[in-house]
Design a protein around this ligand. Structure first.
Ligand SMILES: C[S@@+](CC[C@H](N)C(=O)[O-])C[C@H]1O[C@@H](n2cnc3c(N)ncnc32)[C@H](O)[C@@H]1O
Length: 323
């Protein structure tokens, strides 16, 4: 997956003249902070250089993961066409760019961010976005989000792990109350990320939300530790991205976990594929989470006729859509 051309151009402009050695060092420190899930009262993106390092080395991955999650929830809610978007912990606006790519009729977006440095970068980028009225609000998610208007689409991407655990459910309740259509939450694809999402899943199901994706059911999650529900988005690396990470490959695979909740019932689906399919000639083996809330390993062969023809084209993260 590659970034929209305007976003790519905006990032290139933001990174012009930046010392790549310094950028690489800051990107590495940032990546360690994220990996260790450090919460020391400071924003991770607390300087201009850190914000630029995020644009170069994290934005492509978070954009890719959010875009993937949105595409997957869109499959199950084909009539969902949001006009308004609220994104909290917006960073550089990754979720807005992904939303506009998936739902071209998006007209208005409100983005809330606590770090001035990343907000400044995000504002310059969102000025390049066509046909969306964007409002940025500088604010802290730990406080109440008063005076916000409800939105068709509400997103919280890669933010939960930066919030104190005792603040998370209160924020999710407020966000659900601001959601007219869909609430999408994306987290790093780690066991810890999935455990955070499971708590939110229980909370929102108890509030009457419908889970749209990835779960094809509202039963208890059948995955037992150390297994966890996660997916992978392949994203292109720019030259600066490669240089900042001292990486050779022109792409990276971002592991992510996500949950999407809706106010209306999604299209039912028999199962979702939870790992890369094993393919051999005439046979495909899938790890499935089923509509009944069960985890199943199933093999499909040529004897399954059209069903085999259909599933052999599917990949990790896809759903088996009924005829
Ligand atoms: C990892 S970044 C994710 C940014 C963006 N959503 C994305 O997916 O690329 C997390 C963002 O949440 C913001 N954030 C974290 N805690 C916050 C808080 N209490 N109030 C406002 N923003 C917060 C951070 O400053 C940062 O920009």
């Amino acid at each position: 997956m590659s970034l929209p051309a305007r976003l790519k151009h905006g990032i290139e402009m933001a990174l012009e003249g930046v010392n790549l050695k310094e950028l690489g060092q800051v990107a590495e420190d940032l990546s360690n902070r994220y990996r260790q899930e450090q919460r020391d009262g400071n924003f991770h993106l607390s300087s201009e250089l850190k914000a630029k390092a995020y644009l170069a080395t994290r934005l492509p991955a978070t954009y890719g993961a959010i875009h993937d999650g949105m595409a997957k929830l869109g499959q199950l809610l084909p009539r969902f066409a949001p006009r308004t978007h609220l994104d909290v912990g917006a960073g550089p606006g990754s979720a807005l760019w992904a939303a506009k790519e998936i739902w071209s009729r998006l007209e208005e977006a409100t983005l809330i961010e606590g770090s001035s440095d990343i907000q400044a970068e995000g504002m310059k980028l969102s000025a390049l976005l066509d046909a969306v009225k964007v409002k940025w609000i500088h604010g802290d998610l730990s406080h109440s989000l008063s005076q916000l208007e409800r939105a068709d689409l509400v997103t919280l991407a890669y933010v939960l792990n930066e919030l104190e655990p005792d603040l998370r459910l209160a924020l999710i309740t407020r966000l659900w109350n601001l959601t007219d259509g869909v609430l999408l939450i994306v987290e790093p694809g780690t066991t810890a990320g999935w455990q955070r999402l499971l708590i939110i899943r229980d909370h929102l199901l108890a509030m009457g939300a419908y889970v749209v994706a990835p779960c094809p059911h509202s039963e208890t999650c059948p995955l037992a530790k150390p297994d966890w529900c996660h997916f992978s988005a392949r994203v292109e690396r720019s030259r600066v991205h490669r240089l900042a990470k001292d990486a050779e490959l022109g792409y990276e695979d971002e592991k992510y976990s996500y949950l999407a909740f809706a106010r209306s019932q999604p299209m039912p689906t028999p199962a979702r594929i939870l790992a890369s399919p094993h393919r051999r000639s005439g046979l495909v083996q899938l790890k499935l989470c089923t509509q009944e809330g069960k985890l199943e390993q199933r093999s499909f062969s040529k004897r399954d006729g059209t069903l085999y023809k259909k599933v052999r084209k599917l990949d990790w993260g896809d759903v088996i859509i009924p005829e």
